[in-house]
Design a protein around this ligand. Sequence first.
Ligand code: FES
Ligand code: MG
Length: 592
Amino acid sequence: MSDSSKPTPKLRSRAWFDNPDNIDMTSLYLERYLNFGLSLEELRSGKPIIGIAQTGSDLSPCNRHHLVLAERMREGIREMGGIALEFPVHPIQETGKRPTAGLDRNLAYLGLVEAMYGYPLDGVILTSGCDKTTPALLMAAATVNIPAIALSVGPMLNGWHKGERTGSGTIVWHGRQLLAAGKIDDEGFIKLVASSAPSTGFCNTMGTASTMNALAEALGMMLPGSAAIPAPYRDRQEAAYRTGKRIVEMVHEDLKPSEIMTLDAFHNAIVANSAIGGSTNAPIHLAAIARHMGVELPLKDWETVGHKVPLLVNMQPAGEYLGEDYYRAGGLPAVISQLIDQGLIKEGAMTVNGKTMGENCKGVEIEDEKVIRPFHQPLKDEAGFLVLTGNLFDEAVMKTSVISEEFRMRYLSNPDDPEAFEGPAVVFDGPEDYHHRIDDPSVGITADTLLFMRGAGPIGYPGAAEVVNMRPPAYLITEGVSALPCIGDGRQSGTSGSPSILNASPEAAAMGGLALLETGDRVRMDLKAGVVNVLISDEELEARRAKLVAEGGFKYPASQTPWQEIQRSVVGQMNTGAILEGAEKYQRIAQT
Ligand code: FES
Ligand code: MG
């Protein structure tokens, strides 16, 4: 443990509060920080100043419990001789933000970079939680590169309805099908969904929130074992306190994100994502964090590093259980321990507690093998993502762990060609078009149709909408067809169990191949070869492209806010993280 009474010479906050060459600036900086009760002695003592990047608010209920946890963070910081300065982060709430929370990740990132860089902060606690909050925080910590530690707010308690676990999001997809089939009414639907949210915290399924917090831990940016502690548990308060203590030590040790978020750490996160059944949003966010960190992480790594890894965590949507069960079964350290035994983890990767991933997780036992399976009794083999290509997109992602037996039998059971499927396309231009037409029998959707969603990428639906997982028409659901193959340039909720091909890049709005597709075209998806192709000639495709260009390109709705317009003009595609392209060159800026 480091000696906290010894002032560390490198504290960047000294440049604000102890600047003999420019004493009048020092006095200016000092006077306003005295306003909320800090004393001159404290500010000039050389104590590390720790920012608490507060993502909780009434607009961000998933993270709201951080407002309570901040008290324990402050106590930990003070106990180790630090000074805590809490500041607000632009709110991001996954399900409440229009048009989509995806639009706000890069905006929160920008704000965080300015706050972390421009104020007298020596270290920062990143209060992670709801889907986009975690990557926004880690992206900014990568760019600024001051000592940083993430604290998960933790999942909600398990939801229950009539003795069954009801999980966030997953119950919505299920409830929509029951509603469409006439098995429940509006009130029953609302009650069912409300049952899944019994307490403070983030989604209790292995959706994007649980995924990104697990991956923050797998990256080494969170205290081991802390990502999955349910929000209301006593242990969550303790984790806040220990995180507060630890960030002060990290400042003294000068342990920065660049020493933690290395290529080894990203590969550990990819392996972990397969084993936990993590969200298809993870490749986008990890690519973004990696690019801001200056680490090369091509999308193909998700397949080469992650595809062969089995699914060990039995949690909805791929499995049965929820956040409380997962935590009690041992959480991420128990999963990593299984993967270490197989040589799949880079054990030497450094983590925020100053120890390596191997030191933290090796030998951690599974506490409940129904929830976390031993490596050789997985829920599914080869549970990672496939990275597909073809003439409709350069790269797209498919989560194979959620392919149901029914789906496999219906679409992938041809003995001569077990991984391929061919059928006619029905194309929707954005989610509104889909909602408007999906149940219209004249659209002609049958059990052989492939559903396409376009205009839903980072430019087309600014921020990229979670809309690729499209339910079949009600008339097919009543006939027992619960899922059709879905392909699109949008995202998919991490809580959805649909085996869609998504994050297709480049998107239609950037004139990717999806812009040229027409309803009725035959499309062949071959998962074994990793290829999805529309079965028309290159000449025909080029003719369609020329015609579309002459008509002014692919149409998408006008921007509604200034930020939508700005983001659209500078955002990249999802296979490379959908970051603000000009931002990548600013790296490790606290050292400049
Ligand atoms: Fe915020 Fe799921 S909607 S965590
Ligand atoms: Mg989501």
